[in-house]
Write a protein that binds this ligand. Structure first.
Ligand SMILES: Cc1cc2nc3c(=O)[nH]c(=O)nc-3n(C[C@H](O)[C@H](O)[C@H](O)COP(=O)(O)OP(=O)(O)OC[C@H]3O[C@@H](n4cnc5c(N)ncnc54)[C@H](O)[C@@H]3O)c2cc1C
Length: 372
């Protein structure tokens, strides 16, 4: 069979693209691992933070909110978002950062200053004498990543897509019309290939004969710890610390913390570095009243970026019918609904709202003009 669309990668990008593309033709999705969502998608902080990232990313996040709040009928049975809020605290001279955040406040999406006392009442493990300023973003929410990912895969299958795991793509060739793709010694044919391979996207590009987009996977570490004795962590907001990349957020009754690291890495099954964990535990003890007596769990995942830190969505500049859906950085869950709809618009050449808004800014062709 010749598929219309062959999607490589079963993370959030590939799953959401398969769901949207399945309305326009026969779709097959090939995932290298024995389960989908094993890499970046299964390792995220699961936050929807509309004001995170550069201007294009923030625009995409804002556009995604509608899908999350009102997903298509029958897509999922439980809400995709739950309220969380995010408190940004400053211990020193970080007025520029807090003022820039406040400047993003809009009607219905308010960001407001709160007093240091109120901040400490909201998050009792802050050191009272150190908080100088605080800002609260009401509209930051948790995303139910597992439900979103599963619903995309189930929805894609219901629309006729085939999802195959344990099939790493190893070779690809193109005869002018049709792609021939080998995965786990099985040949597949398709008119168009969608490269949603996460940290491996440049490797897939090389197989297709495409020039690299300059993707750099960057490792980010996370740990789970207990909150202070007797504190109900479930209702706390996420906490950002101005002047630091570290953050803390509630996670299933405990706390997830990350140093906000971004260590360049090869594409791989990432794992946390012991030293990063030790430095983070020490940072938490020095900057909060939490006693880190035990690391319950730790992990690391790769967030993959091109130099301008916007995603890469569109046809390759030279290789025909080879489509990039890559470089989602630290925002790939929250941007997924819009990037998948844009992918379907561009690949099926149908009209839709996102081509005009985002196609040029996200095109792989823009990378050709970037300075070295
Ligand atoms: C610690 C951390 C915190 C994060 N927090 C957030 C957050 O709060 N909110 C947010 O929106 N985003 C967050 N992110 C980013 C988000 O997780 C990613 O942007 C997103 O998951 C990327 O999805 P993806 O499908 O592109 O990549 P992946 O999930 O990595 O999927 C790519 C898939 O391609 C497969 N693949 C690779 N090579 C082949 C091949 N040859 N053949 C077949 N399949 C192949 C891989 O096995 C993998 O399953 C975070 C990431 C990390 C690591």
């Amino acid at each position: 069979m010749i598929y219309d669309f062959l999607v490589i990668g079963g993370g959030m990008a590939g799953a959401s693209a398969a769901y949207e593309l399945a309305q326009h033709g026969h779709v097959i999705l090939l995932e290298a691992e024995s389960t989908t969502g094993y890499h970046a998608t299964g390792r995220s902080a699961a936050l929807f933070t509309r004001n995170y990232g550069g201007p294009v990313v923030r625009q995409i996040n804002a556009a995604s909110a509608e899908f999350f709040r009102s997903p298509p009928k029958g897509f999922c049975e439980t809400p995709l978002l739950t309220p969380r809020g995010c408190l940004t605290v400053s211990f020193g001279d970080h007025d520029a950062q807090l003022d820039a955040l406040l400047a993003l406040s809009e009607q219905g999406e308010e960001i407001r200053p709160i007093t240091p006392n109120d901040a400490c009442a909201m998050v009792p493990f802050l050191q009272k004498d150190r908080v100088k300023r605080a800002v609260f973003e009401e509209n930051v929410t948790d995303i139910d990543v597992a439900t979103l990912h599963l619903s995309y895969l189930k929805g894609a299958k219901a629309r006729g897509a085939k999802i195959i795991t344990a099939h790493p793509v190893t070779t690809m060739s193109h005869d002018g019309d049709i792609w021939s793709v080998q995965a786990a010694n099985t040949p597949f044919s398709a008119k168009r290939v969608i490269n949603a391979a996460g940290a491996w996207a440049d490797r897939i590009g090389a197989m297709a004969g495409a020039a690299p987009i300059g993707l750099i996977p960057k490792r980010r570490t996370a740990i789970i710890i207990n909150g202070p004795e007797g504190l109900d962590c479930t209702t706390l907001p996420a906490i950002d610390f101005a002047g630091s990349d570290a953050y803390i957020k509630p996670e299933a009754g405990k706390l997830m913390a990350s140093p906000g690291d971004a260590t360049p890495s090869e594409p791989m099954d990432a794992w946390p570095d012991d030293m990063d964990i030790a430095v983070l535990a020490d940072w938490i003890q020095r900057n909060t009243t939490i006693e880190v007596s035990r690391i319950e769990h730790s992990w690391a995942g790769l967030r993959s970026f091109v130099p301008d830190e916007a995603p890469v969505v569109g046809d390759d500049a030279d290789v025909p019918n080879f489509f990039w859906l890559a470089a989602q950085g630290g925002y790939g869950i929250m941007m997924a609904p819009i990037l998948a709809q844009l992918t379907a618009e561009l690949c099926s050449e149908t009209e839709g709202p996102y081509r005009n808004l985002f196609a040029k800014a996200l095109s792989p062709k823009r990378l050709v003009d970037l300075p070295e």
